[in-house]
Design a protein around this ligand. Structure first.
Ligand code: GAR
Length: 191
């Protein structure tokens, strides 16, 4: 059985692209049925179009409240028969409506060794603190900010004073770790 995914992203979508490429190489046994972005016009839309994957641009502000926004999201997920929600640079807290509908089926990747440096600009936060080692965390999503149960982590040496190189290292690890972790997770779930 192939696991059906929806990827949520707010920005560039490099993690989305890495997952889709892993699927095409046969390293991740899943299909991305749908991409949802809360930032209309984000570059992830172009990437999804390039792969011919359906993408929905949904501005939360267009809805009366968060519940109504998430109800629309759930409607889309159900219409595409989605099994798991994969957050990949989705910069918004998931609310109870979606958490309840996809309990233990929402996964996030975060560019730090959680619980250090949750929230925005985790790489900047780590460099400002002068840490020598940072990394990447894949975790279940709960109602908090990057607080859910940790599934996998990997470490990256900071390149002192060089944000660009540090970021490149983090992203490279993210792309590999997300693929491997999801593949293991889906294998366990359906074993
Ligand atoms: C990634 O580094 C991801 O870990 C981070 O946003 C970036 C998105 O990059 N997510 C968070 O900070 C979530 N708290 P991408 O759009 O190129 O995949």
């Amino acid at each position: 059985m192939t696991t059906k995914l929806a990827v949520f992203a707010s920005g560039s979508g490099s993690n989305f692209q890495a997952l889709q490429e892993a699927i095409e190489r046969g390293e991740l046994h899943a299909t991305i049925e749908l991409v949802i972005t809360d930032k209309p016009g984000a570059f992830v839309v172009t990437r999804a179009n390039n792969f011919g994957i359906p993408v929905v641009e949904l501005a939360p502000k267009a809805f009366e409240n968060k519940v109504a926004y998430e109800q629309k999201v759930i409607e889309l997920l159900e219409a595409h028969d989605v099994d798991w929600v994969i957050l990949a640079g989705y910069m918004r807290l998931v609310g109870e409506t979606l958490l309840t509908a996809y309990e233990n089926r929402i996964i996030n990747i975060h560019p730090s060794l959680l619980p250090s440096f949750p929230g925005k600009d985790a790489i900047g936060q780590a460099m400002d603190h002068g840490v020598k080692v940072t990394g990447v965390t894949v975790h279940y999503v709960d109602a908090g900010m990057d607080t859910g149960k940790i599934i996998a982590q990997g470490a990256v040496d900071v390149v002192p004073g060089d944000r660009e190189q540090t970021e490149a290292r983090v992203h490279k690890l993210e792309h590999a770790l997300y693929t491997n972790t999801l593949q293991q997770l889906f294998k366990q779930t359906f074993a």
